[in-house]
Design a binder for this molecule. Structure first.
Ligand SMILES: Nc1ncnc2c1ncn2[C@@H]1O[C@H](COP(=O)(O)OP(=O)(O)OP(=O)(O)O)[C@@H](O)[C@H]1O
Ligand SMILES: C[C@@](O)(CCO)CC(=O)[O-]
Ligand SMILES: [Mg+2]
Length: 315
């Protein structure tokens, strides 16, 4: 059985959303793939094909994993945590094991929800494999448990966006799907996702660093005002300026880098606006394209050592 799962891009509100403020995010068509195959015995084999890593685990030992023991499993920890939480949540008592083959078009740890995509894919694969069909609400619930267990603090943003797809407004760990005029406006916008640089830190570390910032609530309140305005906008120029404003506020949380700032500057100059997206500390920038200057924008970006993704929304 093969499960394909999208990723996400956050338009506004990363980090603030962890503290109950608002965020807006979109599911995008960079997909991860989880294949599950039956294995006799009590063994789980995880093949992380992109990372060139493979390891066997005893099924019983997965039940006993906790946040202090995950760390030694590094890149395996999201899969392991997703397996553990799905088995527990669905009360599955397996008498045979499985092999998971995991691969992904989503660059790892760059702000596009690679962790949430792998997590949701694994939850769907395990529950279907053991014939416990879950609805989206239960899938998203387990996904959130996983992100929370590994990050320490987390919001439902990535896992819910990837589960429910489309455009989501998140606040206080509840979401609503954005429809109507604002959805039409966004569908008419062209965004570029620019993978600027490798991130040195995982989302979990960045979330924990932001937690230590004393005046973070003041910054989050300003971000919330930006989102309030953005949701009422149907003008690309204003929307781009609000993205730039959100980026400047994220800079105050110390999660931008000189390279991200440089790409954002290019996006502000030759697009309608830009900001980092996801947890920051490197990774990706999202730019709202001004079609009249698009050629010039691409020319400037191509002078930098970056990778450009033109993604579509997944509904
Ligand atoms: N292709 C993959 N194969 C196996 N594990 C992966 C893969 N992609 C992501 N992961 C897991 O997710 C972790 C990275 O998650 P992290 O939350 O730091 O970044 P992200 O989800 O890409 O960015 P953000 O949370 O900002 O959206 C990896 O260390 C690994 O555990
Ligand atoms: C940084 C953060 O807001 C988004 C990561 O994609 C963390 C979260 O919401 O759990
Ligand atoms: Mg993540």
């Amino acid at each position: 059985m093969i499960i394909k799962t999208p990723s996400k891009v956050i338009l506004f509100g990363e980090h603030a959303v962890v503290y109950g403020y608002r965020a807006v995010s979109i599911a995008i068509n960079l997909m991860s793939t989880v294949e599950i195959v039956k294995k006799e015995g009590n063994m789980v084999r995880l093949n992380l094909l992109d990372l060139n890593k493979a390891q066997n685990f005893d099924l019983d030992s997965i039940y006993n994993l906790n946040p202090s023991t995950y760390n030694k499993f590094d890149d395996f920890k999201y899969c392991l945590c997703a397996i553990k939480n799905t088995l527990n949540y669905c009360k599955i008592n397996p008498n045979f094991g499985f092999e998971l083959n995991i691969s992904s078009k989503i660059p790892v740890s760059c702000g596009l929800g690679s962790s949430a995509s792998i997590t949701i894919g694994t939850i769907k694969a395990i529950s279907k494999f053991y014939e416990k069909e879950l609805d989206n609400e239960n899938i998203a619930n387990i996904g959130y448990l996983v992100e929370k267990e590994i990050q320490g603090k987390a919001s439902i943003t990535d896992t819910s966006t990837i589960t429910y797809k489309g455009i989501l407004e998140i606040k206080n760990n509840k979401f609503k799907k954005i429809k109507g005029e604002f959805e039409d406006f966004l569908k008419n916008c062209k965004f570029l996702i620019v993978y600027a640089e490798k991130r040195k830190k995982k989302t979990a570390e960045l979330v924990n660093e932001v937690a230590k910032i004393e005046n973070k609530d003041e910054i989050f309140k300003e971000i919330d005002k930006v989102i309030n305005e953005a949701l009422k906008t149907n003008n690309k120029e204003d929307f781009g300026k609000l993205m730039a404003k959100n980026h400047n506020l994220l800079k105050k949380l110390n999660i931008s880098t000189p390279k991200l700032d440089r790409i954002v500057d290019i996006g502000n100059r030759l697009g309608f606006g830009a900001k980092l997206t996801g947890a920051g500390g490197g990774g990706c920038v999202i730019i709202l394209v001004n079609e009249e200057k698009e050629k010039e924008l691409l020319k400037e970006l191509n002078k930098e050592d970056v990778k450009i993704f033109e993604c579509k929304m997944v509904e």
